[in-house]
Design a protein around this ligand. Sequence first.
Ligand SMILES: N[C@@H](CCC(=O)N[C@@H](CS)C(=O)NCC(=O)O)C(=O)O
Length: 220
Amino acid sequence: MITVHHLNNSRSQRVLWMLEELEVPYQIKLYQRESTMLAPDALKKVHPLGKSPVITDENRVIAESGAILEYLAERYDAENRLKLHDEEARLQSRYWLHYAEGSVMPLLVMKLIFGRMGKPPVPWLLRPIGNAFGQGVQKAWLDKQLATHRDFIEHHLTTHGWFADPQFSIADVQMSFPLQAMSARGGAADSPAIQAWLDKIQNRAAWHRALQKGGEIRLS
Ligand SMILES: N[C@@H](CCC(=O)N[C@@H](CS)C(=O)NCC(=O)O)C(=O)O
């Protein structure tokens, strides 16, 4: 039986969603974020990095969202629900699978961190400096980088229904978290194709089942 070591309000939502799309049996071991937003130490007993998602299956421990999604697709998609038949679509899928965590998520994590530099747990005396520094980095560099990525994704979704057209695939599952984070951090308000794609995935029955089992996602 697959066990998803699921951290609330996190990237592991994607793994629950994937399993619901495949309708594969699994169980959830739930971990709650600490007040610092970090994962509890208990997750380090599953994998040394102590991050989520991580799954265990038979005697395997598999970490890293993209690797988990590929593993599940290769091993458990018996009905070929997410299988891509077209070579070009497979290339697209591989690109977006790596792009999500390799290119755009680091910038979105920076956005979160630089946006909080004037807030607790930064000591109150340092908060004005932290705030000025954080806002300065965002204005001078980070927001421009994110706008370039947003426009790139918006252009892709304006001309493609799914990330690896013509089908829904693991690329859509993987891209869901960055686009939820981008939307929550104010970077996609004027991007109709991104918003339409978010609406489309959030209307899938499997998405709703995953939320019921793993809890709501509220990103800031
Ligand atoms: N690239 C990794 C990132 C894993 C990651 O950073 N997960 C976050 C949850 S969204 C986490 O575990 N945060 C808690 C912590 O860093 O302690 C993946 O996609 O699996």
